[in-house]
Design a protein around this ligand. Structure first.
Ligand code: GLN
Length: 275
């Protein structure tokens, strides 16, 4: 049996796997600990049998629908390389909008206190702390496994993060913030997108029911945890902006606004707590 496999052969073979060409290159680059540019410039280099076998295994996982981020153990978010595992949602590019909005609100504040509810990998909290070193960040999660991922990311990136275990506000009794952020589970329990997301933790994707239960809990508790003039910013589903605006208005928030994501979909809604 011919065990000699060149990079060009591996890439060509992968073409029939149904996996995106970019993902195939990223898998191989990760396995060989080389850049994609190196791969393309050295496509006559020969893979060791163990490397070829590892590539086949990784390709099979990707072809079965597992997110690339879990296979390589890492995902880039807002300029940070975050470790991810199946204990946490894979950070999404649209969530960078939440970070950008937060950074606008924090600009010029001396030592603002910020909470990220349901932090998962720590993506939102760490990105805010990275770009706004003056801010003091607290991140919560109901999942101890997720908190361990966030803690490891904070340590590896050298970004201080206060972590608290518990569901939404239960993690933060008596604590008050200048800004609260959350990308909670917001997909409805019977949404037809869920099966395609089966590799990610279900509790990070859906609160079950109509998809609004976590958003309701966060808005309901926010007045007790925001300083006067503080802001609450929430990520939500493409069709939930109206419902989130109504929740914020009913709770007494002002200056309510919605922002659209890169796809032009209403994705984040926030408001100012008048106190
Ligand atoms: N944006 C994610 C998706 O639709 C869902 C994330 C979430 O529920 N917070 O795949």
């Amino acid at each position: 049996m011919d065990t000699e496999l060149r990079i060009a052969d591996a890439l060509a073979r992968a073409r029939v796997s149904g996996v995106d060409r970019l993902d195939v290159q990223l898998l191989l680059a990760h396995l060989l600990q080389r850049s994609r540019a190196w791969l393309l410039a050295h496509d006559d280099a020969v893979l060791a049998p163990a490397q070829a076998a590892a590539f086949e295994a990784a390709l099979a996982r990707r072809a079965a629908g597992e997110p690339l981020a879990y296979i390589v153990g890492e995902k880039e978010f807002h300029g940070l390389a975050l470790a991810v595992s199946p204990a946490v949602l894979v950070p999404r590019p649209e969530t960078e909008l939440l970070v950008d909005w937060a950074l606008e609100l924090l600009a010029g504040q001396a030592a603002p206190t910020v909470a990220d509810l349901g932090t998962g990998s720590g993506a939102v909290a760490l990105a805010v702390r990275h770009r706004c070193p003056a801010a003091r960040l607290t991140a919560t999660d109901a999942s101890p496994a997720a908190l361990a991922v966030a803690r490891a990311n904070a340590e590896r990136l050298g970004l201080p993060l206060q972590l608290a275990a518990g569901s939404w506000w239960q993690a933060l009794p008596g604590q008050v913030f200048d800004l609260v952020l959350s990308n909670p589970p917001y997909i409805a329990g019977d949404d037809h997108h869920l099966p395609a997301l089966a590799h990610e933790p279900r509790q990070a994707l859906t609160p079950e029911g109509d998809g609004l239960q976590a958003l309701r809990a966060i808005v309901a508790g926010a007045p007790d945890h925001l300083h006067a003039g503080g802001w609450l910013l929430l990520e939500h589903g493409f069709d939930q902006a109206g419902a989130v605006q109504a929740l914020l208005a009913a709770a007494g928030f002002q200056t309510i606004a919605t922002r659209t994501d890169l796809a032009g979909l209403p994705r984040c809604t926030g408001g100012r707590w008048p106190g």
